[in-house]
Design a protein around this ligand. Structure first.
Ligand code: RUB
Length: 419
């Protein structure tokens, strides 16, 4: 490949105005870093592998992306894209620019989108969370206490029929869960049709609410073809539901945007199944932070961001950074409630809270339904683990007077030290 084709994209002294440019930061490896950095800028804006007879100075001068920071030693490059190259309100087009062909270019050996920023006026094309963390806290009644929310994923993740599903959900709420959700691969299979599942689970929710005096949430997974998702979201709304869940990565950001833009008025719980295909390799792909920013921009209200102490790869530093970004002010969009999920059981709760604080939905599936005395006891143990932490009492000491936590410790306690 001739190198000079990619020349002219380096602008070391340039300071992009954050109100006029999209700015993306990449980590990368390449034989010739200066050339590769320019190849990235070119391919994601006006250029390609050869000179073009069709190129006009007005195009090149106005629309070319600019490499304004290059640290060849660290393999870091920052690129500024003029806002004009982005269609308002179009996330797929945003990704085709900033995170499109570039990952497969021969000039780069590996490339990872680490973070990005966008001008406020571009952000205005997106709705952001309709309810957000504060709104969800108001729904459940935890705005004052600021305690974490306790949730569960009905398990087994597939296979229960609607009646069984509702029974498990009821037990979880009755035991102390605020939140019950479907799992990512439960949609509307023959053994558990969506409509019947929702109706029965919402009946169970009403019953649990009147028995406990607490407000509860249920997030049925509406993930499907986009029109079908809208139909399912509408069904949930019409039947008095108070949340919907979308597998945001497998469904796709455009589909998520369609759901959000339909203004259903229910919080969107965002499961991130498949995100690790982009984000797990620390050298290549799209990091969870940029994915989380896109989800917030479009408008999810709760987002899986990693459990740190659980079964999934979720490095502490990265999760804390994402949770921090999701809950702080950003472009006037409501904060998103971070969800810690995957391999959580009651015995891991104090450590999780020490690390991640209380602005958290703590979700446990196996860690509740795997309790020796079943779902209700598992949910109670999860809350007891929080109470112990909240009161500053060592878990083992608290467990002496709390049977459910004691039984959880007997089953899982020895594994806690692994993390
Ligand atoms: C939870 C579970 C979820 C994970 C996904 O079940 O498997 O799908 O939350 O991971 P369990 P992440 O509690 O039995 O492990 O939240 O990191 O995306």
């Amino acid at each position: 490949m001739r190198h000079d084709v990619y020349s002219g994209y380096l602008h070391p002294g340039f300071r992009p105005d954050p109100d006029e440019f999209v700015i993306a930061h990449f980590l990368f490896e390449a034989q010739d870093k200066a050339n590769a950095a320019q190849a990235i800028a070119a391919e994601s804006s006006v250029g390609t592998w050869t000179e073009l007879s069709t190129m006009k100075p007005r195009i090149r001068n106005r629309l070319a992306a600019k490499v304004f920071k290059l640290d060849a030693k660290a393999g870091l490059v920052s690129i500024a894209y003029p806002l004009e190259i982005f269609e308002p309100s179009n996330i797929p087009q945003f990704l085709s620019d900033v995170a499109g062909n570039i990952f497969g270019m021969k000039e780069v050996e590996s490339l990872r989108l680490v973070d990005f920023s966008i001008p406020k006026k571009y952000a205005k094309g997106f709705k952001g969370p309709a309810i957000g963390m504060a709104g969800i806290r108001r729904m459940i009644g935890t705005a004052k206490s600021g305690r974490p929310h306790f949730g569960t994923i009905v398990k087994p993740k597939i296979g229960l029929n609607p009646k069984e599903n509702a029974k498990v959900a009821y037990e979880a709420w009755a035991g102390g869960c605020d939140f019950v959700k479907d799992d990512e691969n439960l949609a509307s299979q023959r053994f558990c049709p969506f409509e019947e599942r929702v109706v029965r689970a919402l009946d169970a929710k009403d019953r649990a609410e009147s028995e406990t005096g607490e407000r509860k949430m249920y997030a049925p997974n509406i993930t499907a073809e986009t029109n079908e998702m809208l139909r399912r979201a509408d069904f949930v709304k019409k039947h008095g539901g108070n949340c919907i869940m979308v597998d945001i990565i497998t469904a796709g950001f455009a589909a998520l945007q369609t759901v959000r833009n339909a203004n259903i008025g229910l919080p969107i719980h965002a499961h991130r199944a498949m995100y690790a295909a982009f984000a797990r390799n620390p050298k290549h792909g799209i990091g969870m932070l940029p994915l989380a920013r896109l989800a917030r921009l479009i408008g999810v209200d709760q987002l899986h961001t990693g459990a740190i102490v659980g079964k999934m790869d979720a490095p502490k530093k990265e999760v804390l950074e994402i949770n921090g970004e999701m809950t702080r002010a950003w472009l006037g969009l409501r904060p998103v409630f971070p969800v810690a999920s995957g391999g959580i059981d009651p015995t891991r709760v104090p450590r999780l809270l020490d690390i991640a604080g209380t602005d958290l939905v703590i979700n446990a599936g196996g860690g509740i339904h795997g309790h020796p005395r079943g779902t209700r006891a598992g949910a109670a143990a999860l809350r007891q683990a929080f109470e112990a932490w909240h009161e500053g009492v060592p878990m083992e000491e608290y467990a002496a007077k709390h049977r459910e936590l004691r039984e959880a410790l007997q089953k899982w306690g020895s594994r806690t030290r692994e993390y």
